[in-house]
Ligand binder design. Sequence first.
Ligand SMILES: Cc1cc2nc3c(=O)[nH]c(=O)nc-3n(C[C@H](O)[C@H](O)[C@H](O)COP(=O)(O)OP(=O)(O)OC[C@H]3O[C@@H](n4cnc5c(N)ncnc54)[C@H](O)[C@@H]3O)c2cc1C
Length: 117
Amino acid sequence: KLVKAILVSLKAEKNPETGRMSMVPVEGSEKEVPADLVLIAAGFLGAQSYVADAFGVELNARTNVATEAGKYATNVEKVFTAGDMHRGQSLVVWAIHEGRDVAKEVDKYLMGYTNLA
Ligand SMILES: Cc1cc2nc3c(=O)[nH]c(=O)nc-3n(C[C@H](O)[C@H](O)[C@H](O)COP(=O)(O)OP(=O)(O)OC[C@H]3O[C@@H](n4cnc5c(N)ncnc54)[C@H](O)[C@@H]3O)c2cc1C
């Protein structure tokens, strides 16, 4: 049974190695509040590492699956990526665009040419 939530304040901090902004806990900011319902409303925070690890694909500094610019092939033969996993948090129109583009790239990879428009 849920009876309380332990809250921690976060602050935005730049990772000096990757240049990526991330939210880090503020030390000593923990506080408890009584609660019987908790809703998680977190945004997209990059590719889930267990998925990337399962395929053995490399991630870029923004924790998206890495490809050459404008391409969809990953570092692993026959594994392609598209959509949020590839671009990071984005829009449905981009997911559709990338879905069509990656289909062309896969078709070309398999057939040596593509007739997909
Ligand atoms: C709260 C919220 C609001 C948004 N509002 C808008 C909006 O108003 N307009 C807009 O254009 N965009 C919006 N977006 C962004 C948009 O939803 C995404 O950019 C888009 O859905 C990305 O499409 P995708 O196919 O790359 O990934 P997804 O749509 O996330 O599809 C990934 C699929 O993979 C499946 N999956 C995950 N892990 C596994 C696994 N291990 N095995 C098998 N399947 C798996 C998931 O179940 C999911 O079906 C919003 C996003 C969020 C989170």
